[in-house]
Design a protein around this ligand. Sequence first.
Ligand SMILES: Nc1ncnc2c1ncn2[C@@H]1O[C@H](COP(=O)(O)OP(=O)(O)OP(=O)(O)O)[C@@H](O)[C@H]1O
Length: 270
Amino acid sequence: MNAVTEIENVTGKAVPEPKVILSCEDITVEFDGFKAVQRMSLKLQQGELRFLIGPNGAGKTTMLDVICGKTRPASGRVLFQGDIEITRKKEHQIAELGIGRKFQAPSVFAGLSVAENLELAMKQNRSVWATMRAAMTGEDQERIDRQLDRIGLRAKTAWRAGSLSHGEKQWLEIGMMLLQEPSVLLLDEPVAGMTDKETDLTGELLRDIANEHTVVVVEHDMEFVRNFASKVTVMHEGQLLKEGTMEEVQQDDRVAEVYLGKRRDAHAHS
Ligand SMILES: Nc1ncnc2c1ncn2[C@@H]1O[C@H](COP(=O)(O)OP(=O)(O)OP(=O)(O)O)[C@@H](O)[C@H]1O
């Protein structure tokens, strides 16, 4: 399963080809006859941080909903890890396969401590829980500590989650997701409502996470995207408008017209 396909680069030297972990093919979503997404395709490589941008109503959230099984497409299919078709699977089955979804608002248990939230999340990881039940504590504590360091909340382990800042709650929820060891993380506007400092720290956190997981971020904050995106997918009116580096996307006239241009105009008039 882990065989790495090799391709030849321009010098004729064999280099490992990045593995596609998730592939959305020709997805169309209809709501009462209205096509919210139209023949949209999206391929994600293992370990990439992909930003999904576009104006309001472009279909970004609907694409995440299709991937995580919340919305059924009228046509098209979603393949996970090569040949596992997840298009008609239920949300919980898709989550168990390793695709985690985080919605915009943080959802942590406010009355529990940071540590308790993380412990609970880890216990929901059924496969690990079942196989490692006998050898719990030490190893589990290490896994929790690792996430605490990663999300920057080690000093606040005993704090009630409800007393954390908005940004810290978002990081805690990301840490909780990571303890379930997903291959793919889908995040809806993770930096909305964060301070500039929190936004930057979140960008660094997402980059760090993307070394081990594949991360898809739906985002409106263009400064954040500019600072942290390597590859960007732009949607408009349910369709793929452009895909490429931030530079390529910014230089595209159609993107400027439907999206970036509109934002510049909005700023110019404010
Ligand atoms: N459950 C639904 N029923 C009917 N129409 C819907 C439903 N969900 C989304 N839509 C419509 O589908 C289109 C795409 O919505 P979607 O939320 O995916 O866009 P988006 O790009 O995420 O927008 P935003 O950036 O504003 O969140 C919009 O016109 C929206 O009104």
